[in-house]
Design a binder for this molecule. Structure first.
Ligand code: URA
Length: 204
């Protein structure tokens, strides 16, 4: 699976990749990550009948909330909905100030949940971890157990993911790469540049 992830990651990393190819590679990579995330969702054996015989299958047994972090997290949402079609969706907006690299929560809309709900946070880039900390702190105040949270990213900086793992140890992380370091502007190196700008076409 890592080999497949690396193929699409290489397309994202390449600065000559055009917008269409960037979007396609991001989507393919998100499928691979979704497969891995599914392994962390509880399932139950269910009896079923094929056209030929009675047999056993499995089904996801818990409520699932998909939580994309605006803006880049929404690029991962359609792929995840295709795997968990019944999932509720929580949207939060946390923007990092490009000058200070500090993240601020400016929007939240959280659906009903219980202590058993699994929450899958979608955010392609974990840089300083500031945005992730805001998301995880919010879920904690809502009473979601940390072990019920899966944080799905495409690339992390060691600084960011280590911060999240230190402050919220039980959270499960699914990612395609932990890169080398953050540069002075808090961009991930080698990274892929600005994910949102390249995906949405807002680069200069
Ligand atoms: N967000 C991005 O899109 N890229 C980075 O390198 C860091 C944060």
């Amino acid at each position: 699976m890592q080999h497949a992830k690396d193929i699409f990651l290489s397309i994202l990393r390449n600065k000559t990749t055009n917008r269409q190819a960037f979007r396609e590679a991001a989507t393919q990579l998100t499928h691979l990550l979704a497969h891995e995330v599914l392994q962390h969702l509880p399932t139950q054996n269910i009896p079923l009948e094929t056209p030929l015989a009675a047999t056993q299958g499995i089904a996801i047994t818990t409520d699932v909330i998909l939580m994309p972090i605006l803006r880049s997290g929404i690029t991962m949402l359609p792929t995840f909905i295709s795997y968990v079609p019944q999932a509720r969706i929580a949207v939060i907006g946390a923007r990092r100030d490009e000058e200070t690299a500090e993240a601020h929560l400016y929007y939240q809309n959280i659906p009903p949940h219980t202590k058993n709900t699994r929450v899958i946070i979608l955010d392609p880039m974990i840089a300083t971890g500031g945005t992730g900390l805001i998301a995880l702190s919010l879920l904690k105040t809502l009473g979601i157990p940390e072990s019920n949270i899966i944080f799905c990213s495409i690339i992390c900086a060691p600084e960011g993911i280590n911060k999240l793992k230190t402050q919220f140890p039980p959270v499960i992380h699914v990612t395609a790469a932990i890169d080398d370091h953050l540069n002075a502007r808090k961009f991930i190196v080698p990274g892929i540049g600005d994910f949102g700008d390249r995906y949405f076409g807002t680069e200069g």
